[in-house]
Ligand binder design. Structure first.
Ligand code: PGA
Length: 261
């Protein structure tokens, strides 16, 4: 059975001084059974958040990593630098594809670096509005996942067992618009079809697929009603303990229902 996962992506918000207390507040507000929780603060807040969450089972994630292991890359952070600070790392977020022009090949290379360092990758994918309107959403997302993971296969042999995919339609991120639960489930199935082609049906079936894009306490239940969707990657609402509390409660209900079969 796949885990139910809720991941907070704080993006470029919080400071080293306030991130720890916020992480503690959210950890307390989301303490429910059967749900894995991950908080991804900015790099400079990883250490205080990690320290603040000591003694809880909330994991810490980074939001990005460099594609090279080390060297003359001013201002960048390598996978080995994250060891001890983050057990997860988001890669391929649409804001980085947009602003830093990250390609699928580069994103695949980042996953290789994370695997080398023993950090669990959360690979983001998602279509633009024009692609959805043109009927190309599934094709686009499958191509993103395939292109990134083929880099990993070409270099490492096998895909990491702890891979998580986050499906985030670009038009739904930070807009207040969400995909429908049915659209998210259709995409989760399509992503698993690609994973099955790359690494076999068992790997695909075991890989969690999260939904992201304007998830709130109000919208989350629609996604958790879909057995193919295993949780959420949450941006704006993840900075608010009351939102995260309600999201965690919904996740716990889904986890309990799934455990009952
Ligand atoms: P949002 O962000 O929840 O604010 O739409 C989600 C994300 O970008 O991961």
């Amino acid at each position: 059975m796949r885990p139910v996962i809720i991941t907070a992506n704080w993006k470029m918000n919080t400071s080293p001084a306030d991130a720890g207390p916020l992480a503690v507040e959210i950890a307390k507000a989301t303490e429910v059974a059967g749900v894995s929780r991950i908080i991804c603060p900015p790099y400079v807040a990883l250490a205080p958040v990690k320290a603040a969450l000591a003694g809880t089972d909330v994991a810490v994630g980074a939001q990005n990593v460099h594609a090279e292991a080390k060297g003359a890359y001013t201002g960048e952070i390598s996978a080995s630098m994250l060891v001890g600070l983050a057990s997860w790392c988001i890669v391929g977020h649409s804001e980085r594809r947009r602003d830093q022009f990250e390609s699928d090949a580069l994103i695949g290379q980042k996953i290789v670096r994370l695997v080398e360092a023993g950090i669990m990758p959360m690979l983001c994918c998602g279509e633009q509005l024009e692609e959805r309107e043109a009927g190309a959403a599934v094709r686009t997302v499958q191509a993103q996942v395939k292109a990134a993971l083929e880099v990993v296969l070409a270099q490492g042999g096998s895909l990491p067992d702890d891979l998580v995919i986050a499906y985030e339609p670009v038009w739904a991120i930070g807009t207040g618009k969400t995909a429908s639960g049915a659209d998210a489930a259709e995409m989760a199935d399509a992503i698993r079809a690609t994973l099955a082609d790359l690494a076999g049906a068992a790997f695909a079936e075991a890989t969690p697929v999260l939904y992201g894009g304007s998830v709130t306490a109000d919208s989350f239940a629609e996604f958790m009603a879909e057995p193919a969707v295993d949780g959420a990657l949450i941006g704006g609402a993840s900075l608010k303990a009351d939102q995260m509390s309600a999201i965690a409660a919904t996740a716990a209900e889904a986890a309990a229902a799934r455990a009952m079969g």
